[in-house]
Design a protein around this ligand. Sequence first.
Ligand code: HEM
Ligand code: HEM
Length: 175
Amino acid sequence: MNTINSNLTKWSFASRIFHWISAILLLVTWVMIFLYGNLDDKFYIGLHKAFGISLLFWMIARVINRIFTKAPPAVAMPKWQILLSQLSHFFLYALLIAMPTAGLLMSVYGGRAVDIFGLFQIPVFVTPDRGLARLFNDWHTDILWPMIIAFTLIHIGAALYHQFIKKDNLIARMK
Ligand code: HEM
Ligand code: HEM
């Protein structure tokens, strides 16, 4: 094995499940809006919202889990890299909560209840307001989404850098 790092302490089982299910939910939520954009079938926007809300609940549970989880000690790297990784992880958490929240607010301010897989509905819990619906729509599509793409690409790029250039087996901590 081509590892030079003896620090193989892993993230807890719960943290690893939370991490990978979040990534899958993000991907599925995106696939649904992609299908909606291309097939223009209302079915997919419904699923987009339901998976997006699922991710919101998942992230809330993940943050609670994170508060009670002791992170494994950082792998050997310069201090600025540790700081940057912590900052970007914080942004990823914030974005994955802000994005579905903006989606939800866009819907309810638009006067539309949100159906969750036909199981239950999130009712219109605000007074509908076109201006606010538009504002949250802008945040959803023009601000938060590009930020999610950017931070996710940086994140995966950093993981690949550790795997193939530094070869410190960082990914094993999350596997
Ligand atoms: C993390 C979760 C979510 C992600 C990553 C996400 C991502 C996206 C993306 C990429 C678009 C397309 C933007 C474009 O047209 O360029 C979109 C549109 C949309 N999303 Fe989400 N979304 C999420 C959660 C939600 C939630 C929870 C709701 C509502 C409950 C929602 C409602 C909508 C609606 C209604 C549109 C269409 C907007 C329009 O066509 O003007 N999204 N979303
Ligand atoms: C191929 C895809 C991915 C790989 C290989 C990957 C890899 C990793 C690794 C190795 C860590 C732990 C870093 C450490 O131990 O210091 C981590 C943490 C994290 N990842 Fe990913 N990741 C991927 C996708 C994603 C996606 C799509 C998201 C969300 C957009 C995400 C969000 C996070 C967050 C928030 C953390 C910080 C965990 C914490 O400190 O609580 N990851 N990832």
